[in-house]
Design a protein around this ligand. Structure first.
Ligand code: BGC
Length: 811
């Protein structure tokens, strides 16, 4: 069942009922100021860091779902309603939410009054615009009251949700004309404040939550809107809010627009005050002046559209498959940009106070957006590498505001260092910017201890080869990509975090997955060393890689598939010999080892992928492991803590499905790769939205597996490495256009289901127009570049500014 439809010409998803299976959200903001907004106006916003600088409140895990947002209440002759449906839930004659690229527009109509709310963050600004347009579609004149409403968070979202003995006494505001200023803690160490403004004269205002809502009421029946009269309250302590009350009259057919602006301002310390106790509002007023008319708002929205159109033109496909087109051209890259901005911090499943930026996550996210904003990818690489330790290991997470490693989580995830090499190689292939390797980058953010980025990569590489276990495979540490495979944890105590509790410190538990990564990513490091004139280092790296490849085939092969790991006691994980009730096959090494080319020549690769098909594939995607772990295993950790079919215990963990797709193209089975792609790509499963439940325009981290009670139900949409990897899989491997070290590789492997397509790819300043006839999915190609046949699949890079026409016949 569907709850809306794609509108590709506007690059929007149009939701036509408020009653979707779950709140379907969108993201606002591009650089420093971000917001989450649901189709019902729910959500919140923050400056740079969802934990430390949150402007508005949101309550996760609330009843009803999706409580708290930027709300507009309309009271027309005692009938009070909200055009976003929530929170008043009054029946609407018409409802529509258009989630576009960086903006959301929700329209509701009741009793002949049409109310449209447009939410977006203008480029380069630290503010959200909420533009409300009211239209009288009836035949009689209308007189009504409009009330805005937001609830302030007292900045630190964690403290705000826990430290009530202090926070109920700190709240402070100022009201001046049509602007409400939130200045909690500004009197002491903060030099930032928020404001909420409207470009009209107000009839009244409110800033005290209890007065606005009523102590025993909720957002759905608040006192002030229902009574139709603001109380002009000035908050002192408790919970500051901001509400404007406006009197509106509308002749039949008449339309009026109001621009609300929710902004964030920082003042230099010396300029904090206008006079004792009164905020210096100059900067706020300057910001307000930029958005005080509809024309200014429309111009800013136009710029935002242009910005996105420009970004998305870097990789575009035209094919007969409109679902493929909309995934590749619009929604997948859009999600990649959102994961770039948010990492895993703030979504409707990530509270914004739990996690900062992940080391491995951000490096993988980079693969999906490096072609969109290469200069920002460069900056991100330096930020990430600065949190690496001198021995090559890395903080697992860092806070975006401070860019410092997070001590609570620490290090010891032994896959982390390798992802940095992959991120850097993707960046250089995209841009040709080898100069980045000479950048001096600190270890652990210590300016007194720094080395070139190249040296960082060497230490990443060596961290693996210096930490091998009894079989010569890499030690897993706290965990590898699978955060839940905690082989040194041994936790018997509830509340101990699986990832940071290390009750055994043996050097025995080994990961076949990291070995696969090493074989896949090690040659990238060798290539980089070679480019820097270090032929011996490149040779050394390749010989380590070759050794590891041998080790995998010797100790990491189980007969029909790759083993997953060896546990603390040296017992096999993911083997046909594992006892009943334990998993016998796990997906990660099957995808990754084949991506690395292990066993391609000798047949193991094909066998492993056939085993994936036989044992892990389902109608909704490929599960992570099979059978699921039936019981909790103290020696395995979190993976065995989940009920069968969920998350890392046999859920369809979408992140690693594309590894299998890419692996299928490595052995020349494009049709199967595309079959897997269609199972999880959101646009292809729009029709089962009632089962899938999360947004049909973005990937979710997990879809419940075949052993789960709710097979096919997705969770954790938006912030997942799935976005980047699926973009890599479809754009670089199935459609087959990817930047390599010495040219643009054109090697489609998708099969005849997409018989003909054209790709426009911008790279290093040149434009490549690639017309493909896809006759089969074996990955073999014949290329003509500007009319001339060439050998192989590598098109030499052209001069910036030029256009290259490529004809490709893929068989
Ligand atoms: C984490 C990833 C991890 C994955 C699998 C995600 O929640 O962000 O870093 O690789 O789970 O455990």
């Amino acid at each position: 069942m569907r709850f809306g439809h794609f509108d590709d010409s506007h690059k929007e998803y149009v939701i036509t009922t408020p009653k979707t299976p779950y709140p379907w959200i969108n993201y606002l903001g591009n650089e420093n100021f971000f917001g989450l907004v649901s189709h019902q106006g729910g959500g919140y916003c923050f400056y740079r860091d969802a934990r430390l600088r949150r402007l508005t409140r949101y309550r996760y895990n609330n009843v009803p779902t999706d409580s708290g947002g930027r709300y507009f209440y309309i009271n027309e002759g005692g009938d009070t309603w909200t055009p976003t449906f929530m929170p008043m839930k009054k029946e609407l004659d018409f409802f529509e939410c258009r989630h576009g690229l960086g903006y959301t527009k929700v329209t509701g109509r009741r009793n002949g009054l049409r109310a449209e709310v447009l939410y977006f963050v203008p480029l380069g600004e630290t503010a959200e615009v909420h533009q409300v347009t009211l239209k009288n579609e009836g035949t009689a004149a209308k007189k009504l009251k409009l009330f805005s409403f937001i609830e302030f968070c007292l900045w630190n979202a964690h403290d705000d949700a826990t430290n009530f003995q202090r926070n109920f006494s700190t709240g402070e505001v100022e009201v001046e004309g049509s602007t409400i200023y939130h200045k909690t803690e500004y009197r002491e160490r903060r030099d930032h404040f928020a404001f909420y403004h409207v470009n009209a004269t107000v009839a009244g205002f409110d800033t005290d939550r209890e007065s606005f809502i009523g102590l025993y009421n909720g957002f759905g029946d608040p006192d002030v809107p229902c009574a139709g009269e603001s109380k002009n309250t000035v908050a002192s302590g408790w919970s500051p809010v901001a509400s404007h009350g406006l009197d509106v009259t509308l002749a039949p057919g008449e339309e009026k627009t109001f621009v609300f602006l929710l902004g964030y301002v920082e003042n230099p310390r010396a300029e904090k005050w206008e006079k004792p106790g009164v905020i210096n509002k100059q900067r706020a007023k300057a910001l307000i002046a930029k958005f005080s008319s509809t024309e200014q708002v429309n111009a800013a929205l136009g710029k935002l559209r242009e910005h996105w159109n420009g970004l998305l033109s870097n990789y575009a496909i035209e094919s007969g498959d409109e679902k493929l087109n909309r995934m590749v051209n619009i929604w997948n890259p859009y999600q990649c940009m959102v994961t770039f901005n948010m990492s895993r911090s703030a979504s409707y499943f990530e509270s914004g106070i739990g996690r900062g930026m992940g080391f491995r996550d951000s490096n993988q996210d980079l693969l999906g957006f490096v072609h969109l904003v290469p200069e920002r990818a460069r900056e991100r690489i330096i930020d990430i590498a600065s949190t690496q330790f001198a021995d090559g290991s890395a903080y697992h997470q860092y806070q975006p505001l401070t860019k410092r490693g997070n001590n609570d989580v620490g290090s010891g995830f032994n896959d982390d260092p390798l992802w940095l090499i992959l991120g850097v190689s993707a960046y250089i292939k995209e841009t040709g910017d080898y100069g980045i390797l000479d950048e001096q980058v600190p270890f652990d953010n210590d300016p007194n201890n720094q080395a070139s980025l190249l040296e960082h990569l060497k230490r990443s590489f060596d961290h693996v080869s210096h930490n091998l276990g009894p079989h010569g495979l890499p030690l897993i540490g706290r965990a590898d990509w699978n955060d839940c495979l905690n082989l040194n944890c041994f936790s018997e105590t509830p509340d101990e975090p699986f990832q940071t509790t290390g009750n055994r410190t043996g050097r025995t538990a080994e990961s076949v997955f990291i070995a696969g990564m090493f074989v896949h990513i090690g040659p990238e490091y060798a290539k980089i060393a070679e480019y820097k004139g270090q032929a011996d280092e490149a040779k050394r790296a390749l010989s380590e890689v070759a050794k590891m490849e041998k080790t995998v085939l010797e100790h990491g092969w189980d007969g029909e598939w790759f083993l997953r790991a060896y546990d603390f006691f040296g017992k096999k994980i993911g083997s046909k010999d594992c006892p009943e009730g334990d998993s016998q096959i796990l997906i990660e090494p099957q995808g990754y080892c084949v991506m690395a080319g292990i066993g391609v020549a000798t047949g193991e690769a094909k066998k492993a992928l056939d085993s994936v098909k036989e044992r892990l594939d389902t109608r909704y995607g490929i599960v992570l492991n099979n059978p699921p772990y039936r019981d909790y295993h103290v020696e395995l950790g979190e993976i065995s803590s989940y009920p069968p079919g969920y998350k890392e215990n046999a859920g369809i963990f979408c992140h690693n499905n594309p590894w299998v797709m890419i692996a299928e193209t490595v052995i020349g089975r494009g049709e199967r790769a595309f079959e897997y792609y269609k199972k999880i790509a959101p646009a292809y499963i729009e029709d089962i939205s009632e089962i899938h439940r999360t947004e049909p325009y973005v990937y979710s981290q997990m879809i419940a597996g075949k052993d789960a009670v709710h097979h096919g139900e997705a969770k954790n949409s938006w912030l997942t490495g799935t976005a980047a990897w699926n973009f890599v899989a479809i754009s670089q491997h199935l459609l087959g256009v990817r930047p390599e070290w010495d040219g643009l590789c054109v090697k489609p492997c998708i099969g005849s289901e997409v018989p003909e397509f054209t790709i426009t790819r911008k790279c290093r300043g040149a434009t490549y127009r690639i017309h493909v006839k896809s006759l089969g999915g074996t990955g073999k190609v014949k290329l003509k570049v500007d009319g001339k046949a060439i050998e192989g699949d590598l098109v030499p890079y052209a001069k910036a500014g030029s256009t290259v026409n490529i004809e490709c016949e893929a068989s």
